[in-house]
Write a protein that binds this ligand. Structure first.
Ligand SMILES: [Zn+2]
Length: 433
């Protein structure tokens, strides 16, 4: 875990107010956060999961467990000897034990993962900022002719039930930035990464997206569009080599989503997409600029220049996911795909602009193949959607009844998700050729 700079106290306070309102509105009690204990419990769950026979595994481990098990700091065999010391050191580095640094309402699974993501993003921004002084060749190539790498102040970052897969930034009354992510962001990124990796694999094997791709599109639509969040969903099991690739892509999806907000802060256009009210002028240009910068940050945060497709695939898949969800929401609610005069650039335009920054610069040498794979993945996601779309229309009435039933006193997110997922799949499956 990389060390994190102190957060502005007023921004953390604003975040806590928002989260407290949400918790009390949902009738939830205050939280006890034992970050070290929660991480060690996740590592124990990961070991138990690994020892289970394959026949007993009908779903993947929860997202925090999968993350903990992928962190060499804690999960490598050598880490076993001094695990307590390593975990304590990570708690200190990420300032998870300091009052006023993180919202006291942020639960450990999200706090750990946000600390990890923000630590790598802020380290990447610092590398890009001092690239000339340090003669860091990789950072020089990654930054290209892009300027503006000085972060005025680190934002407070936290999760809230926003229902939106994009992050939003708001300000504390005294002006400090607060970046908000939906509580389901990690699960959303996981499903999307599995979808992208599976679609590319099936296309390579058979020339078209197959059953596993359709299942993942159907799951994603049932969770995000019908239930309103991917929070509470479990991972589908996909073959181990694809699962390993998907974990890296998941990380780059989340990194890009958070880095896009950091890019707005770096570009000084914090209010590009306020949580409420109309966006300001020049929104399209500001979005393109933020995407380009966020991609450079994601490439630097991955620190494996050109080594694999994940740092390009993740950002492109995120935009494919936005495109898919726009279309799915329109089909579910039975209106036109996109309203004319929408001031936001559409996701495909954002992808084209973003990949142009790769192809039109020195990055092209290292990432041209990744960009080609990523834009193919985008097309495959939408090709799979063509098959799922009529099923969403057909099942819309039935699905709407389930979401209403889901808000009763016996509401269990996982159970409700399972019903929505199974219902939609029942309408998709007969359409597979
Ligand atoms: Zn933006």
């Amino acid at each position: 875990m990389l060390p994190l700079a102190p957060r502005p106290g007023a921004a953390v306070k604003t975040l806590e107010t928002l989260q407290e309102q949400e918790r009390s509105g949902a009738g939830l009690s205050p939280v006890e956060t034992d970050h070290a204990g929660a991480l060690k419990a996740a590592l124990a769950r990961a070991r138990t999961y690994d020892r289970m026979p394959a026949s007993g595994k009908d779903k993947g481990p929860d997202d925090f467990t999968a993350w903990a098990a992928s962190m060499p700091d804690f999960a490598s065999p050598e880490a076993g000897h001094d695990l307590d010391a390593r975990v304590a050191e990570a708690v200190r580095a990420a300032r998870l034990d300091r009052p006023g640094q993180w919202s006291k309402y942020e639960l450990p699974p999200e706090a750990w993962r946000l600390a990890d993501t923000c630590g790598r993003i802020e380290a990447a921004i610092a590398r890009l900022a001092r690239r000339r002084a340090s003669r860091d060749f990789t950072a020089l190539v990654l930054a290209g002719d892009e300027e503006g790498w000085t972060l005025p102040e680190p934002p407070a970052v936290g999760t809230l039930g926003t229902g939106r897969v994009s992050a939003t930034t708001r300000r504390a009354p005294s002006g400090e930035p607060v970046v908000l992510l939906d509580n389901g962001i990690f699960a959303f990124a996981r499903m999307l990464a599995q979808l992208g990796v599976t679609a590319v694999h099936e296309h390579r094997e058979t020339g078209r997206p197959g059953r596993a791709t359709m299942e993942l599109v159907s799951d994603l639509v049932a969770a995000q569009v019908v239930m309103g969040t991917c929070d509470g969903t479990y991972a589908r099991l996909i073959p181990p080599p694809l699962a390993a690739a998907a974990r890296v892509v998941q990380d780059s999806v989340v990194t890009f989503v958070v880095a896009h907000e950091y890019a707005h802060l770096l570009n000084g256009d914090l209010d590009a997409h306020p949580p409420a009210g109309p966006p300001g002028d020049g929104l399209r240009e500001r979005e393109f600029a933020a995407d380009g910068k966020a991609l450079r940050i994601t490439l630097s945060a991955a620190e494996t220049p050109g080594a694999d497709d994940a740092p390009v695939l993740g950002p492109v898949l995120f935009l494919a996911g936005l495109d898919l969800l726009d279309r799915a929401r329109a089909a579910y609610e039975d209106h036109a795909d996109r309203s004319a005069g929408d001031p936001c650039p559409d996701p495909r335009e954002r992808m084209t602009e973003m990949l142009a920054t790769v192809r039109g610069s020195q990055l092209g040498a290292a990432y041209a193949d990744s960009a080609a794979t990523a834009s193919r993945a985008y097309d495959l996601v939408l090709l799979a959607w063509d098959t799922v779309r009529p099923a969403v229309r057909e099942a819309a009435g039935e699905l709407a009844r389930h979401t209403r039933a889901g808000t009763g006193p016996s509401y269990l997110p996982e159970g409700a998700h399972r019903v929505a997922t199974a219902t939609l799949w029942r309408h998709v499956e007969p359409r597979l050729g």
